[in-house]
Design a protein around this ligand. Structure first.
Ligand SMILES: Cc1cc2nc3c(=O)[nH]c(=O)nc-3n(C[C@H](O)[C@H](O)[C@H](O)COP(=O)(O)O)c2cc1C
Ligand code: SF4
Length: 528
């Protein structure tokens, strides 16, 4: 008997025992003289089903999950006796054809089209699923045509600030310099986010292709992926992918025979949230302490080592191959308002079915809850959702119907950020969450400016006094003033956005700021 199976080598699946499952499958195949091809694929991003084991059948891939090592013998027996014999599957972990899983079927996967399907390190797999077709188009274009295609797509940076990518590229393109750089921001520090990691672990050639296209667009010959050190699996896969792409002539001194040079290296950060901010990141890349730089000059004019530099998030760069391959218009037909294309939402926190959900902008939190979440893990009602990482607003159920796009969120004093969505049930105490936001800023501030460095420390103290009912009314006024100072006086978004979760907590959950001290401190704090 001969067949093919897939077990992910992505870090969530690995943390849930995917290696043990793969080893047990191989051992079973040897023992039962099954001629098995076992592919270590990426993940589909349906984390509650990991390790998701798939079997190739004539109807398509069939899924079992979540599979533990102890399930392997019975699952293999079901595959051999039933699935591959055209009989009904009897094992309780049998999920049906993978493509028919509603969590996947309801998505619009442009960036994550290959995730979980291919072997991340197989160039053959990548090319078979449209890989490098964007690069080949780009090689036939002038640098200005590449930039114009990106402008036409309406793509805006996925790292949080939503700055139009095409305009950034145009600035670097127009900057006169012999030396330019492409820097990929893979620091991914927001709470509840994992989309960058999923790209790097499941489809690394897509990111590499996006960076090569960026280099062709602006005339850069060197790129760096600034990766958080907590992502060792991504590091390993990226390093291998870069070697493979170099050996195949996609990277190096003669990119696809074009005579153009582009070399790429991974650099590991040292776990500081502020090093995700682009100018601190550049300082860190230069070997210095990660402190925010004054702007101007913009990195696009004076970036890494003082040279014009594109700094883009992993997801922004990963959208580029599709845009070049299908055209700017094809990408920009998706979305709502001026938020074009898709956003990979990352469902996390107190949720049953956490995972990656790529949808066009314009869906709502309610859509995500109804169609994907499966409810809270605790089984209790949802009280708040924080969207956009630790600097994002806490939204109450009355705002769950808001359109998930940059414009509507901005009108509601909220941010989409990197698409992280963290769910809290009704045991959450919002004063404690506001305090947590200030405390996070205390821990992560780079310390360069006073409103952030000192303001966040005072913010924790003021919130403690409010919690302890120590002149609560006067301290609420002080908190409002302090937030105002941080918003208007901070040098970067770390300090100016920390008040977003704080003000949303007291605006939309005022009752938690009036509880007697005995109740407030006794409730459990849920940090997602
Ligand atoms: C405190 C702070 C942390 C940030 N962390 C990240 C991060 O982890 N990843 C990221 O891509 N952008 C992050 N950003 C945004 C970057 O400064 C920058 O806007 C982004 O890398 C630009 O790429 P984009 O235009 O593709 O979004 C952060 C910003 C701030 C203020
Ligand atoms: S706002 Fe905070 S993180 Fe940003 S420069 Fe000022 S001290 Fe540093």
């Amino acid at each position: 008997m001969t067949f093919k199976m897939f077990v992910p080598r992505e870090s969530t699946a690995l943390s849930l025992g995917a290696h043990d499952v793969a080893n047990a499958i191989s051992a079973y195949a040897t023992e039962h003289t099954i001629d098995l091809t076992l592919v270590r694929n990426g993940s589909r991003g349906l984390f509650w089903l990991e390790p998701l084991v798939e079997v190739e059948t004539s109807q398509g891939r069939f899924a079992y999950g979540p599979v533990e090592e102890s399930d392997v013998a019975a699952v293999m027996q079901d595959i051999v006796d039933n699935l591959l014999n055209g009989q009904a599957q009897k094992h309780t972990l049998a999920l049906g054809l993978t493509d028919e899983l509603s969590y996947l079927k309801k998505q619009t996967r442009l960036t994550f089209a290959r995730a979980g399907i291919t072997d991340p390190l197989s160039l053959e797999d990548y090319i078979a699923m449209d890989g490098f077709s964007g690069l080949h188009k780009a090689l036939a274009y002038s640098s200005q045509e590449i930039v114009t295609t990106v402008v036409d797509s309406g793509l805006r940076g996925r790292g949080g600030a939503a700055f139009p990518t095409g305009i950034k590229w145009q600035t670097v393109h127009d900057a006169p310099s012999e030396k330019k750089y492409i820097v990929c921001n893979a620091d991914e520090g927001d709470s509840g986010t994992f989309a960058d990691k999923l790209v790097m672990e499941c489809d690394p050639f897509m990111l590499i292709e996006g960076m090569i296209i960026a280099a062709l667009a602006v005339g850069a010959d060197q790129g760096y992926i600034y990766l958080r050190s907590e992502y060792p699996v991504a590091d390993e896969i990226l390093q291998e992918a870069i070697v493979i792409a170099t050996q195949a002539g996609y990277l190096g001194n003669d990119v696809c025979g074009s005579g153009k040079t582009f070399n790429l290296e991974v650099r590991l950060g040292a776990e500081a949230y502020i090093c995700g901010e682009e100018t601190s990141l550049l300082e860190s890349l230069e070997g210095k302490r990660g402190v925010v730089r004054f702007k101007p000059p913009l990195p696009a004019i004076e970036g890494l080592f003082g040279k014009p530099t594109i700094v883009n998030n992993v997801l922004s760069l990963s959208a580029i191959p599709y845009i070049l391959s299908k055209g700017g218009q094809a990408y920009q037909q998706y979305g709502a308002n001026r938020s074009r294309g898709t956003l990979p939402f990352q469902l996390a926190g107190n949720v049953k079915q956490g995972g990656l959900i790529e949808l066009p902008f314009g869906a709502s939190l309610q859509d995500l809850l109804d169609n994907f979440s499966g409810g809270t893990q605790s089984g209790r009602p949802i009280r708040a959702i924080q969207v956009g990482g630790p600097l994002g607003a806490y939204l109450p159920p009355s705002k769950f119907t808001l359109s998930l796009d940059y414009e509507e969120f901005s009108k509601a004093s909220a941010v989409l950020g990197h698409g992280g969505i963290v769910i809290f049930d009704d045991t959450v105490n919002m004063l404690e969450q506001a305090r947590f936001s200030m405390e996070f800023c205390v821990d992560e501030s780079c310390g360069k400016c006073t409103p952030c460095r000192i303001g966040s420390t005072r913010g924790v103290e003021v919130l403690d006094r409010i919690r302890d009912d120590d002149d609560r009314a006067a301290n609420m006024v002080l908190l409002t003033d302090l937030c105002d100072t941080m918003i208007n006086g901070s040098l970067c978004a770390m300090g100016s956005m920390t008040p977003i979760p704080v003000t949303s907590a007291y605006r939309d959950f005022p009752e938690d700021f009036q509880l007697p001290a005995s109740q407030t401190v006794s409730q459990e704090t849920n940090h997602g």
